[in-house]
Design a protein around this ligand. Structure first.
Ligand code: GLU
Length: 464
């Protein structure tokens, strides 16, 4: 049987790290097995679902290059189907109408809490003689769940997880307004879509026994289940906004590569030996649910940046430049000279771990006036430093071909004559040219900037 998996986000927020990881594991699994990856939009929460969130989720999926084979399928368009299935259970005596009011249930809940009992439906309407409600009567539909025995989830990632049936409530499958509830729609959908493997976050594990009972009641074979370990922030608490960006699109905006994001997300809860860096093809080849661990993984932005830097290193200089341009533009920089731009940006490519970082550390090349970092200025643009710069202005002016090599010759000669250390020459230059004391090789920086810019910056630094 071909395997069929699904990603089923609710459009009540953007695609977040956890959701993207779930989508990715489904995607990789489908590709590895030559199966189908289905996208289902669980939009029944009409108060919290929006079209914008849906759009943003699809955008995130596209950015991460997780092409789906079927869908999006919208739950809101399947209401008739759920209603028919609810009726089927009613007719079979496997579900019943519950006439308890919300107030009544709330009062019972409060009492249970007060008495230290676990709040649970007391089954008041469970054995009422079935009848058609009058038009004024409001009732919900409950699933008649078994009260004895054990339901075992055979989970690919977690092993067997057992639930006592008596602990599970008679679940409401349709509210009094007729709308079906989450656990019911998921089961009907997964059945209809012939899902073979339900791969989702660990936060759904408590829903699974209820869903298994519904499968059994509807007479449908069970899919396999795989619950993925949670993702924590560095403080070992569930990943949330407190830990920084949780929305995938924000990482796009910060200049991460989709391939790196995929790579990083795949390693959250899954490992393949010691390998850290994977192409998409390698991920598909290597991925398996059996190698998904049980323990939560920690989202570590520094590690993500490192993975990104490793993926950036594989790009050509042209591509590095093109991907950095939008981030330069964000800083008000328009690059007119492409050849110079490529040299400038790629001179920093080993240091920039994201395109945003790369743009940030390359801006000095493109600004007319650069700002001096105060500490660097105090340390290196002192009388001694300025004297060095004055001598360099004189000597560098004489160079016809302003190349790394020729600039280097000027420096070497000066070191010979003065006995100064390279650092004492280079650092005032760095501050004058870049504003800080960290930059690529100083001859390279100067050659890229060109003679006029270098001399102007030196003169400005001397006057500062
Ligand atoms: N819509 C659910 C969620 O966003 C997913 C349900 C499922 O995967 O079964 O958490």
């Amino acid at each position: 049987m071909t395997c069929r998996v699904r990603f089923a986000p609710s459009p009540t927020g953007n695609l977040h790290i956890g959701g993207a990881r779930t989508a990715l594991f489904n995607y990789l699994f489908a590709r590895k097995k030559g199966g189908k990856f289905i996208l289902r939009i669980e939009d029944t929460d009409i108060e919290r679902s929006t079209k914008e969130f849906e759009k943003s989720i699809l955008e995130g999926m596209r950015w991460l290059e997780m092409e789906w084979d079927e869908g999006p399928i919208y739950q809101m368009q399947r209401m008739d189907r759920y209603k028919a299935k609810v009726q089927e259970l009613l007719d079979a005596g496997k579900a019943y109408r519950c006439y308890c009011t919300a107030q009544e249930l709330e009062a019972k809940r409060q009492l249970a809490m007060k008495e230290g009992r676990k709040p649970k439906y007391d089954g008041k309407c469970r054995d009422l003689e079935p009848r058609n409600p009058s038009t004024q009567e409001r009732c919900s539909i409950r699933f008649k769940a078994p009260t004895e025995g054990t339901t075992v989830v055979h989970d690919i990632c977690r092993g067997d997880v057992s639930f006592e049936n008596k602990e599970l409530d008679d679940l409401i499958i349709a509210r009094s307004d007729g709308t079906p509830t989450y656990n019911f729609t998921v089961v009907v959908d997964d059945m209809d879509m012939q899902i073979t493997h339900v791969i989702r976050g660990d936060d759904h594990i408590n829903n699974t026994p209820r869903q298994i009972l519904l499968y059994e009641a509807l007479g449908f074979p069970l899919p396999q289940f795989a619950h993925l370990p949670m993702i924590f922030g560095p403080d070992k608490k569930k990943l949330s906004k407190r830990h920084g960006a949780v929305s995938v699109i924000e990482y796009q905006e910060q200049g991460f590569l989709p391939s790196a994001m995929q790579n990083y997300l795949a390693r959250l809860g899954w490992a393949h030996g010691d390998q850290e860096i994977f192409t998409k093809e390698e991920l598909i080849q290597a991925f398996d649910l059996e190698q998904v661990g049980k323990s939560p993984s920690v989202f570590d932005i520094e590690k993500l940046k490192w993975v990104n830097s490793q993926h950036m290193l594989k790009l050509s200089n042209d591509e590095i430049f093109d991907r950095t341009v939008p981030f330069l533009e964000k800083r008000g920089i328009k690059v007119n000279d492409r050849t110079m731009g490529i040299k400038a940006v790629t001179s920093e490519r080993e240091r920039g771990r994201t395109f945003d970082e790369l743009a940030e550390i390359s801006t000095f090349y493109f600004r007319d006036v650069i700002e001096f970092d105060p500490k660097s200025k105090d340390k290196w643009l002192n009388d001694e430093g300025k004297k060095t710069l004055s001598v360099l202005v004189e000597r560098l002016s004489g160079i016809e071909d302003f190349s790394d090599h020729n600039i280097g010759e000027v420096f070497k000669k000066l070191i010979e004559e003065t006995g100064k250390k390279m650092l004492d020459l280079a650092q005032p230059c760095r501050v004058a040219l870049t504003g800080t004391t960290v930059s690529p090789g100083i001859y390279e920086v100067m050659a890229i900037l060109g003679k006029d810019a270098v001399l102007n910056r030196f003169k400005r630094a001397i006057a500062a």
